[in-house]
Design a protein around this ligand. Structure first.
Ligand SMILES: NC(=O)c1ccc[n+]([C@@H]2O[C@H](COP(=O)([O-])OP(=O)(O)OC[C@H]3O[C@@H](n4cnc5c(N)ncnc54)[C@H](O)[C@@H]3O)[C@@H](O)[C@H]2O)c1
Length: 348
């Protein structure tokens, strides 16, 4: 059996190697680096192909493909969302992704993206909060203390200077897990037994729960003036977290309106409900926060460009680390048109 040639090999980052890479770079440094890559790609928003993600729904969850390209590289992520999974010992969200060279169409990176999705989602949230949260915001209510919650908290610490997190989950064991994981990481942790308690004194309200139905994690009367809402968990048709009244009183910022109108909190509103595309805030074409009493709302659903940025970041940071292996993934016959001959010669 001959060895695959160089042309056959695609760098692959396993979960094990991703964990090593994160520790090698340092989690907070990596969150900051990812936020910079994402912000840079938001600045060149118009150079990307954009389409709402392709979703395949079932009774219990969703499987999605998220493609985009900047003309030089092409990327996609496969991701699922199955809220019932944790009760079966499985994760709600798992993902992997691929980056390819547009000129040849050859993949240049295959990577796990379950950890990377948690990092890119939290880096995006914090990058957005840096632009929209009230000045001096240093306290966050973190409602939903599952897989994303520690990442959300640490990104807000690294990028926005968060000092205190107030945790709430309707499953107290999730709050205990989150508090334990965050202890000793330089953040004050307050565990709360009601969502009303969690939002006390918080200028940033993050909702990050998982339920395959419309939920009301924040009711209208819970949200006062001068806060930034980072709404993460409402990201599928029929899956929302906020009372519609909150949306009416907020300035709503979104990633890509054609996707967010289907999947985000604004699915509850009329089709022409006004929203601001967040990339316009980054480029100075739209205003972010205009006054201290305003309620800003990032209606996050997760968009392909954020995954593309994360894939670019990994491609740029694995060289020389050894935290990847080469996969024999692409057929490379001696004569490019002799695929059959390559197969025949491989017969033992
Ligand atoms: N916007 C994005 O880019 C993005 C990216 C990743 C995940 N998500 C979404 O974020 C959500 C959280 O993801 P995860 O991986 O942390 O899920 P998870 O299942 O690990 O955690 C969700 C937590 O929410 C809690 N919860 C459910 N209902 C609640 C309620 N009514 N009040 C308080 N807590 C409640 C659960 O007990 C659980 O601890 C999911 O809905 C997921 O689809 C969004």
């Amino acid at each position: 059996m001959s060895h695959p040639s160089e042309k056959a090999l695609v760098p692959f980052v396993s979960v094990d190697n991703m964990m090593k890479l994160i520790h090698h770079i340092g989690l907070e440094d990596m969150l900051k680096g990812l936020a910079t890559y994402i912000e840079d790609d938001f600045k060149r928003w118009n150079s990307f192909d954009k389409t709402p993600r392709v979703a395949s729904h079932s009774e219990v969850g969703v499987i999605e493909l998220m493609p985009t390209s900047d003309g030089e590289a092409y990327g996609f992520k496969y991701v699922n969302g199955h809220p019932k999974n944790t009760s079966e010992g499985l994760q709600t969200v798992t993902a992997f992704g691929l980056l390819a060279d547009v000129y040849t169409g050859y993949p240049v990176l295959l990577t796990e993206m379950t950890l990377l999705t948690a990092l890119r989602t939290s880096a995006t949230s914090a990058m957005v909060a840096k632009h929209l949260a009230p000045q001096g915001a240093d306290t966050m209510a973190m409602i939903g203390n599952g897989a994303q919650s520690e990442f959300q908290t640490l990104a807000m610490k690294a990028i926005c200077g968060l000092k205190t997190v107030r945790l709430y989950d309707n499953d107290p064991s999730a709050t205990r897990k989150c508090a334990q994981n965050l202890s000793g990481l330089g953040i004050n942790i307050v565990s709360c037994s009601t969502p009303e308690d969690a939002i006390q004194g918080a200028q940033i309200l993050t909702t990050c729960t998982a339920d395959k139905q419309c939920a009301t994690i924040l009711t209208d009367n819970m949200v006062g003036a001068g806060v930034h809402i980072n709404a993460i968990g409402g990201d599928c048709p029929g899956k929302t977290e906020l009372a519609a009244g909150i949306l009416s009183r907020s300035d709503v910022f979104v990633e890509f309106p054609p996707q967010t109108r289907i999947e985000g909190e604004i699915q509850q509103m009329a089709e022409d409900f006004p929203v601001t595309e967040f990339w316009k805030v980054v480029t100075g074409q739209a205003q972010g926060r205009s006054d201290a009493r305003q309620i800003t709302l990032f209606d996050s659903v997760g968009f392909a460009i954020e995954d593309f940025s994360a894939l670019r970041y990994i491609r740029d940071h694995i060289n020389g680390t050894g935290y990847y292996e080469d996969l024999d993934m692409l057929a490379d016959p001696d004569d490019p048109r002799d695929l059959f001959g390559m197969l025949t010669r491989a017969k033992t």
